[in-house]
Ligand binder design. Structure first.
Ligand SMILES: [Zn+2]
Length: 354
């Protein structure tokens, strides 16, 4: 996760991104001063980009993760712990990946669906329990992809049409169902170039949106299966290294404008932001008192939320506190910005010489 250190004190000219909220009399006196708001994206950036890698492939271990680490970018890896290709690198997936700050998502034990609800309980539940054990301090909310291949059927049907018993298992494990039809993403296949991916990111910046990117393998060596898929579909699921590295270089260059994070984090932030409200209780020369109302459950939705106060300079701030606890870091990006915990309460901003 990015820290505010990285994020702040930079004067990149981007649009005012915050969603305006009801003003206070003191701030409304100056129309140049917009009212405090929850930033649309973490760190008050213009857009979010999420990277997700499916199927616990060898190239993730040998190439993708070292490369992401080189660029300081975190991602979500959708794992199949029951498969040999995962077991070959079990130590890496279970010790190194959590320590490096990447996230794991639930892609079922064996990537083959389930014939019965009891089997589905194992295929889905076992992966969640494993990930919870590997990230003991993280929320139990995980992203879930049921698998979209021909072999991935649930009681004989594709996930979309599976009976309610199967969907209930996903809900029981607090899974964000990526196959529920509301999670579009750009599939990074062999026919995509770096410019294609960069173009999609630029569009997200213009729209202040989220561009989700889904990867399978990355690398130049193709398997026989990839070769056959290329003949059949015109493209296989392995993205070239050059396209991948160009994309990472661009995302690093854009880190003050684009929040690149694990898919799970971006979806969490989005849900928190949409269910939260920020109002001004008082605003004087001495400072501001804000009320934050959070609609999400802190047990599951634990990502910090960015507050932006347009018109206030970081150097004019004496202190910021949430429910009496001091917030150590703050900075500027189109206004004063700082992170708060996603819990309802009061935020006090004390200004210098007020
Ligand atoms: Zn898959």
């Amino acid at each position: 996760m990015n820290t505010l250190d990285q994020v702040l004190c930079l004067s990149v000219a981007i649009a005012v991104l915050a969603v305006p909220l009801r003003g206070s009399p003191a701030l409304a006196a100056d129309p140049a001063l917009a009212v405090p708001a929850i930033a649309k994206w973490y760190g008050n950036r213009a857009a979010a980009v999420s990277l997700r890698f499916d199927d616990s492939l060898d190239s993730h271990v040998t190439y993708v993760i070292p490369k992401l680490n080189e660029y300081g970018i975190k991602a979500t890896f959708m794992i199949n712990p029951g498969l040999d290709r995962y077991q070959r690198h079990r130590e890496f997936w279970e010790n190194d990946v959590p320590r490096m700050g990447h996230q794991l998502g639930n892609h079922t034990m064996h990537h083959r669906g389930a014939a019965t609800p009891a089997e589905a309980e194992f295929e889905i539940g076992e992966v969640s329990r494993l990930i919870w054990r590997l990230y003991p301090h993280a929320s139990k909310l995980l992203v879930f992809a049921s698998g979209g291949g021909r072999g991935d059927t649930w009681g004989g049907k594709p996930w979309k049409e599976a009976s309610p018993e199967y969907k209930a298992i996903a809900r029981k494990y607090h899974l964000i169902d990526l196959f529920d039809g509301t999670h579009p993403y750009l599939s990074a296949r062999s026919n995509l170039t770096g410019d294609d991916i960069i173009g999609a990111v630029r569009k997200a910046v213009q729209a202040n949106g989220h561009q989700a990117i889904g990867f399978h393998g990355v690398g130049d060596s193709r398997s026989m299966m990839d070769y056959l898929k290329t003949l059949y579909r015109g493209a296989d699921l392995t993205l070239g290294r050059e396209a991948f590295e160009e994309s990472l270089a661009f995302l690093r260059e854009m880190q003050d404008v684009v929040w690149t994070g694990p898919l799970g984090d971006v979806l969490k932030y989005q849900a928190e932001r949409d269910a939260a409200r920020l109002t001004v209780l008082s605003a004087t020369a001495a400072g501001l008192r804000l009320s934050l109302t959070v609609g999400t459950d802190r047990e599951l939705y634990d990502h910090p939320v960015t507050v932006v106060v347009p018109g206030v300079k970081a150097k004019d701030v004496a202190s910021i506190a949430q429910d009496g606890r001091l917030i150590e870091r703050h900075g500027e990006r189109n206004g004063l910005v700082f992170d708060v915990e996603p819990v309802s309460g009061t935020i006090d901003i004390v200004l210098r010489g007020g």
